[in-house]
Design a protein around this ligand. Sequence first.
Ligand code: HEM
Ligand code: NAG
Ligand code: NAG
Ligand code: NAG
Ligand code: NAG
Ligand code: NAG
Ligand code: NAG
Ligand code: MG
Length: 265
Amino acid sequence: MQFSALSAAFTIALVSATPQYGEGSISSWHPAGPNDFRGPCPMMNTLANHGFLPRDGRNLTKANVVKGLGDGLNFDPTLAGIMWDQAIIANPEPNATFFTLDNLNRHNVLEHDASMSRSDAFFGNNHVFNQTVFDTTTVYWTASTLDAKQLTNGKLFRQIDSRASNPNYTFTASTENFSVGEVAAPIIVFGDMDAGTVAKDLVVYFFENEKLPSELGWTKKADPVTLDNIMQVSSIIANATSLFTGTSSEHTVTKRKDLHAGLSF
Ligand code: HEM
Ligand SMILES: *[C@@H]1O[C@H](CO)[C@@H](O)[C@H](O)[C@H]1NC(C)=O
Ligand SMILES: *[C@@H]1O[C@H](CO)[C@@H](O)[C@H](O)[C@H]1NC(C)=O
Ligand SMILES: *[C@@H]1O[C@H](CO)[C@@H](O)[C@H](O)[C@H]1NC(C)=O
Ligand SMILES: *[C@@H]1O[C@H](CO)[C@@H](O)[C@H](O)[C@H]1NC(C)=O
Ligand SMILES: *[C@@H]1O[C@H](CO)[C@@H](O)[C@H](O)[C@H]1NC(C)=O
Ligand SMILES: *[C@@H]1O[C@H](CO)[C@@H](O)[C@H](O)[C@H]1NC(C)=O
Ligand SMILES: [Mg+2]
């Protein structure tokens, strides 16, 4: 009884003393509540579920995003800041100082067709994880260690499927650039950036649970992830996205200029 009184007092003190932001951890993961915003990005949702980003999915200021991507994933502050700069257009208000995860749902602003794990807006919900859609992507993830070819095969299937079935299918050069970054992202966060590979179980767990795969042995990168890292993995993905065969330099993609693009997310 004493314990529970103490514990209740302690909890109250903790709640009033704890700021809403910046108190994330691997162990404090829990799914979104009914009033929390979530969006089309499995990683932004994941970081909010861990409290590395505001759990309510709101007030994604530059400071909050730089801290969240740093604490959760060891992204370098410059890189995280660039990613925020590219994402702030998601908030339709002029001169906005934050965006929300709900803002990311706006179709054809950052969110686009042919996602690996979400349905096209034309068919309904463009941001909730969709197991049926994801299962069509993972058909192409046939090895326990995914490489660029396996990942891009799944993505190319999603593009073909959407192009064939969605009469309003939209996929521009800018969408392509964003998509390259999204396909590269699992290698960057969970994989081996030099080899361009990633363990399939980590990636599937992440998508399906919107949780960092610590219980499968994952830890964040020891060295900060930089823009150069993103460029390098994105060029491997961009190359593998080509339907040409061979190693000819004709289709070797060099550095991405548009970031949210080569880096996209
Ligand atoms: C400022 C940070 C970020 C923003 C604003 C952001 C935003 C977005 C948005 C709007 C999408 C939806 C695109 C679509 O329609 O598929 C997306 C997808 C995605 N993002 Fe992020 N993202 C961020 C960081 C990250 C990071 C750090 C990762 C690392 C794993 C990541 C992984 C992904 C993946 C894998 C997808 C593709 C989902 C799919 O195709 O189903 N994102 N992101
Ligand atoms: C939003 O986050 C900033 C930190 O970037 C914090 O100072 C501010 O109080 C937060 N605003 C709200 C409404 O929670
Ligand atoms: C946004 O910022 C620009 C440049 O500082 C300024 O001219 C404009 O009035 C601002 N708009 C609003 C709605 O605050
Ligand atoms: C998942 O996506 C499929 C294909 O777009 C769609 O028919 C289905 O309604 C979606 N499921 C949910 C739960 O949104
Ligand atoms: C339909 O396509 C147009 C043109 O690409 C686009 O602006 C609009 O957002 C799309 N709507 C849906 C629901 O896909
Ligand atoms: C580019 O793709 C081709 C064909 O898939 C592959 O043989 C080659 O090794 C790739 N080059 C790079 C630099 O990744
Ligand atoms: C897409 O990326 C390529 C390669 O960096 C770049 O040359 C091109 O301008 C980008 N296109 C768009 C529309 O952002
Ligand atoms: Mg989408």
